[in-house]
Ligand binder design. Structure first.
Ligand code: GLA
Length: 731
């Protein structure tokens, strides 16, 4: 997988379909980017770095060292020494200087993949993975670094990260550290990123890549609703099936920067890492900093292959939960059903009715603790409110279990309400800046998780709630972003460490949680989907995708999310209509069919919805069980996108052995006077004969090649927001 051409000093990293090459040049050992793309045979390709043309390398043309640094395609860019493009790393050394330039020292090829201490990271699992560790250094400031490249062959992924160490006798401040940088020739690329807002997460945005810097990022203390730790460089006019696509996905849940910079010489510099704003990490002599990793993939055949690479990669090499390979219990969550207005009797009524429909778990959402009757108080006071939960938590859980349902609970552990016993006792536990009025959001503050006693307190609360009754699921929420980044605990030299230390503490808490409660089903959440990122998937097999449960809005949200993340990770529920976020009314069937493409569950008062809707639940749950193995494990193909065509949406899942496939078709807008629609399917075995059923009725038997090339006819459905399920099986 990893080879080294000693003469040319070129490393070649091969996956099944791609090659990634880097090279060492000149006497000073600059590390350059050589090639990334479809798999190639030769490694004697140092010429791609253009070191044999003007301005040449410094040993040949010292007078133009600056020009060399400013045009050399680098693997990790220094700062302020001649390369005027964006640097990968910046420091403030003991003299107050900020310049840095890491160059190659030695390398090692490791079988396996080293873990990143304290951080989520991909792992080999059962597969053979090799890692190239390139040792780098800047002797002037005593900084050593290791660039890691792990090769995941089958998934066509290369995973990059960096660790740096201060070997000097004085502290050094790390003020910027990107996890990866890569320079390549521009090819008329477009940039694909995901943007959004609360209830509108992960919308796909594609724009031409112009000169200068184009970036997305978050300085909100979480990966955010607004911008996503992902970027793809996409060949102009690429489609699902055609075109070169480079994907970069950041395994981190806090502030991030993802940037593309097109230079004067038409090269593109991609970089991704922790956002340098609000980041200043002191490394004392001997200290090491471990940066989060970036998962890169290349597809020569469009966005669809990039998606399938990421799905396989994250399913096999990132998600650890034992639930990854299991059908999750069909849950009913009481948030949209009751909001804060519930008690034991109400929940038990819901549980009884839910049980009679085949639902398998009741999740008690926000409002069960302290004095929390609205969202103004009590975060931090994790004692059950016995005025509402009469008889206590254990009584409720036992009763729910007796009805035959599992029980799950909601918590928001990282938060503190100003109106809470916790805040009255420990006002200094909230993140705040001295002499400033802190910005409240949803009337709450964020706990200062850099304080060890706060982490202990939080963990104590979570574990005592979980131990107090038979609680089998936890929804871990995070409902506000970080502002006023000040800690009364950290010293003046260390205030810039707060945001990263906060994320590390969340990871530490979740690591403890999944270790101590290995059977717990953990679902992360952040005001909907503001922390839907690869970092959180390392701890929880599923994440609440969005507070917007409207089936039509979900088409776009789930399309953007599924661009990177497997369907098994996307929290999706059937809710009541008119939808609480957009006021839209959609058929109950469509809501069920769209939620089928995620984890599936209900978020409504099953004692109040119409008898017609109630009567449809058992069949929906049957469908869920029928298709869930396929949905969880299959290959994802996008046949049509409502986002693009404004009329209809169509997703297809194909089992790995190509014996079975599911197509979910949603006609959003009815069309007058139209003939049937031709759907050209994907991913099937061309030679196999398939039996095609629409809504459980066989409609045709055809070979895979016919279904994929000639297509399948779907009659023009009557009405808006109508969905059709097509099941395809080997005949
Ligand atoms: C967030 C979540 C919701 C719900 C509420 C409770 O907004 O995304 O699902 O849990 O908090 O306050």
């Amino acid at each position: 997988m990893i080879s080294y051409n000693k003469e040319k000093r070129v490393f070649k990293l091969d996956t099944e379909n791609t090659s990634y090459c880097i090279g060492v040049v000149d006497k000073e050992n600059f590390l350059g980017h050589v090639y990334y793309g479809p798999r190639i045979t030769d490694d004697s390709i140092d010429y791609l770095m253009r070191i044999f043309e003007n301005p040449f390398v410094p040993s040949q043309n010292e007078r133009d060292r600056g020009s060399f640094l400013d045009s050399f395609p680098t693997e990790y860019a220094g700062s302020f020494l001649g390369d005027f493009r964006e640097g990968s790393i910046q420091v403030r050394d003991k003299n107050g200087h900020e310049a840095v330039q890491l160059t190659y020292r030695s390398h090692e090829i490791i079988v396996g993949k080293p873990e990143l201490k304290g951080l989520p990271s991909t792992f080999p699992g059962k597969d053979h993975v090799e890692t190239l560790a390139v040792k780098m250094a800047d002797d002037t400031i005593g900084l050593e670094a290791v660039l890691y490249y792990s090769v995941f062959e089958k998934e066509d992924c290369i995973v990059r990260s960096i660790t740096v160490k201060n070997t000097f006798d004085a502290p050094i401040h790390l003020t910027k550290i990107m996890s990866m940088t890569m320079d390549m020739d521009s090819e008329d690329f477009e940039l694909l990123t995901l943007y959004g807002s609360w209830a509108r997460e992960r919308q796909i945005d594609i724009r031409p890549l112009g000169y200068g810097k184009t970036s997305v990022g978050s300085i909100r203390g979480e990966s955010s609703h607004q911008e996503h730790p992902f970027m793809a460089l996409v060949e102009k006019n690429a489609t699902q099936d055609v075109g070169r696509v480079y994907g970069f996905s950041f395994v981190y849940s806090g502030n991030f920067l993802a940037q593309a910079q097109k230079s004067q010489f038409d090269s593109v510099r991609i970089m991704m890492g922790i956002h340098p704003d609000c980041f200043d990490f002191e490394l004392k002599s001997g200290d090491e900093f471990v940066a989060p990793e970036v998962v890169m993939t290349f597809s020569a055949s469009g966005l669809g292959q990039m998606t399938r690479n990421y799905h396989d990669m994250y399913r096999e090499h990132l998600i650890r939960s034992p639930y990854k390979d299991r059908t999750r219990p069909v849950l009913i969550n009481n948030w949209e059903a009751t909001y804060f207005d519930f008690d034991t009797d109400k929940l038990l009524d819901i549980a009884r009715q839910a049980k009679s429909c085949g639902i398998e778990m009741l999740v008690m959402d926000d409002g069960w603790f302290g004095q929390r009757n609205d969202d103004n108080s009590s975060l931090g006071d994790w004692q059950v409110n016995e005025d509402k939960i009469k008889g206590g938590l254990k009584y409720l859980v036992d009763e729910v279990n007796k009805i035959g349902l599992k029980f799950g609970i909601w918590m928001e552990p990282e938060m503190i309400s100003p109106d809470s016993d916790l805040y009255r006792a420990h006002p200094d536990w909230a993140i705040a800046l001295p002499n400033r009025t802190p910005s409240k959001s949803r009337n709450q503050y964020v706990l200062d998780l850099t304080r060890p006693e706060v982490v202990e307190y939080v963990y104590g609360c979570i574990s005592s709630v979980l131990k107090s009754a038979n609680i089998e699921y936890l929804k871990w929420d995070m409902n506000r972003q970080i502002t006023d980044p000040g800690s009364l605990y950290l010293g003046k030299e260390n205030q810039g460490e707060l945001c990263h230390r906060f994320v590390l503490a969340v990871y530490e808490l979740q690591e403890r949680l999944v270790t101590d409660f290995p059977d717990l089903l953990l679902e992360n959440c952040s005001g909907g989907g503001a922390r839907f990122d690869p970092g959180m998937l390392y701890y929880s097999p599923q994440i609440w995708c969005s507070d917007d449960t409207d089936a039509i809005e979900r088409l776009k949200i789930q399309e953007g999310t599924a661009l990177i993340y497997p369907l098994s990770t996307m929290g999706a529920h059937v809710s009541d209509c008119p939808n609480h976020t957009v006021g839209r009314t959609t058929p109950f069937k469509t809501r069920g069919d769209v939620a089928l493409l995620g984890t599936f569950g209900y978020e409504l008062d099953v004692t109040k919805i119409s008898p017609d809707d109630v009567s449809m639940i058992p069949a929906q749950i049957e469908n869920f069980h029928k298709y869930n193995d396929l949905v969880r494990n299959g290959d994802y193909y996008r046949i049509a996108s409502f986002r693009e065509n404004n009329v209809f949406d169509c997703v297809q899942i194909v089992s790995k052995d190509k014996k079975e496939s599911l197509v979910v078709f949603v006609q959003v807008l009815g069309r007058p006077n139209c003939h049937s629609r031709n759907l050209r399917l994907k991913g099937l075995d061309p030679k196999r004969v398939y039996r095609v059923e629409a809504e459980n009725e066989e409609i045709i038997r055809l070979h895979g090649d016919t279904l994929m090339n000639a297509g399948l006819m779907i009659a023009n459905p009557w009405g808006d927001n109508v969905s059709i399920i097509i099941h395809i099986r080997e005949a």
